[in-house]
Design a protein around this ligand. Structure first.
Ligand code: DGY
Length: 273
């Protein structure tokens, strides 16, 4: 509502974040708006078509965050597979009394088949990394790779790198989670609503899958008392995919360049619509 009020007062350029819903209604309430620039690569919070209808270019920040986001996906993958947060919690709780042969056993990434859903820029960067670990890779995309049902059955680790669209919202639902095995892991660094949160909670509580690592959630932020957080074998980060000093600075430069280009009526360095 605050954004809507400010936009009504003759604002011509909007620099927004992924937490700002820029729907058709907001765009309609901004009669002078000529350019939108989001400080993110994902544009699911923006009605790109409504902006295009008004001739408003929308800029975003691809490429510069690809490697940083892939690093975070690997960090989460290894954290959940090798139980690092659980081990850290045990040490802090004074529960590390001796070395034990079967304490906190996880699964090996180098022996795993990793299923990448969405082999775009970030998916490909994840592929390079997990192949470096020795893992086998399969993938499923909108127009290529194997059907997602087959990937869910074959993969030991399912890692999501698709955008949030009507086709991917709720893609990982109860049926999908039941296709994965009790030794399989889910990693979501894409967008929270690609996964059905309640189905994931049940999958972890009832052992349909071995664990999950999330950088994005639905809802987001996830309240500290959310039932999902009581589920076992879950690692959660607060949407840190692109959160390195270097990458966030590069994203800021691109977001500003996109906005200035849009206001000047010249082509945006990175236009999304
Ligand atoms: C994006 O840019 O879309 C990421 O989710 C945050 O950097």
């Amino acid at each position: 509502d605050a954004l809507r009020e400010r936009l009504a007062g003759g604002v011509e350029g909007l620099l927004c974040m992924l937490t700002d819903p820029v729907g058709a209604d907001l765009i309609a309430a901004a009669p002078d708006l000529r350019a939108v620039s989001t400080y993110a690569v994902g544009t699911d919070n923006i009605d790109l078509a409504a902006a295009a209808e008004r001739g408003i270019p929308v800029g975003h920040t691809p490429d510069v965050l690809t490697e940083t986001s892939a690093d975070l996906a690997l960090a989460l993958m290894l954290a959940v597979m090798r139980r690092i947060p659980a081990g850290d919690a045990e040490v802090r709780a004074g529960e590390w009394l001796t070395w034990e042969p079967a304490r906190l056993l996880g699964h090996d990434l180098h022996r795993a088949t990793v299923g990448i859903v969405g082999l775009g820029r970030i998916g490909q960067a994840v592929k390079r990394r997990v192949e470096g670990f020795g893992a086998r890779v399969v993938h499923s995309g909108r127009t290529d790779g194997m059907p997602v049902e087959q990937l869910l059955e074959e993969a030991d680790v399912v890692t999501l790198h698709c955008p949030l669209t009507d086709a991917t919202r709720g893609l990982i639902d109860e049926a999908a989670l039941r296709r994965m095995g009790p030794d399989a892991y889910l990693v979501n660094t894409a967008r929270g609503p690609v996964v059905d949160t309640d189905a994931l909670r049940r999958a972890l509580e009832e052992g349909w899958i071995a664990g999950a690592a999330l950088d994005v959630t639905d809802p987001e932020p996830l309240p500290a008392d959310h039932p999902l957080l009581s589920a076992p074998n879950l690692v959660v980060a607060p949407h840190l995919g692109s959160a390195s000093h270097e990458t966030r600075a590069e994203m800021a430069d691109i977001a500003v360049d996109n906005l200035l280009a849009g206001l000047a009526g010249t082509p945006l360095p990175h236009r999304a619509n």
